[in-house]
Design a protein around this ligand. Sequence first.
Ligand code: FES
Length: 177
Amino acid sequence: MCKSNLIGGLIMITKEEACNALTMTDEEKFQILQNVIIDYDHKETNLIQILHMAQAIFGYLPAEVQRFIAAEMDLSISKVNSVLTFYSFFSTKPKGKYTVAICLGTACYVRGGKDVLNKLKDVLGTDVGTTTEDKMFSLQVMRCIGACGLAPAMMVNDKVYKQVNPNKIQRILGMLK
Ligand code: FES
């Protein structure tokens, strides 16, 4: 059975475990999550880290995962839910293979970020906070990521694209498929 690893105070899921997460049964995923919670001493102060790990294991945080965390940590479900809904990086819905996030911070907004967002909506046929039917793309909006000098910026998963404009969107997304 896979077990999480405690490294320098940070609990890590091994690369192998992360890759295997796609093929693991739910029972195995819950077992790993239980080990994570044990490693974090069931402490409420570690709830955000535990939610991060749970999202890495399951891909998102559905109700049954929230219930499991609440029960294991002796917290109310509303407490768990209030924390995860406060932070935009947590999702209660399955995400696509690629998370496309356009920055609408001030610099990006005034340099055309909204036009890029509209183009993304058109091309993907989806809205902010939702995922395309083929589960390839989730669309998000974010605030400044520190690339203001080359605004507008967007991210696809961990990769930053700078000085994007509506004409570049088809090509960027096309390269991903
Ligand atoms: S406002 Fe978009 S990167 Fe700073």
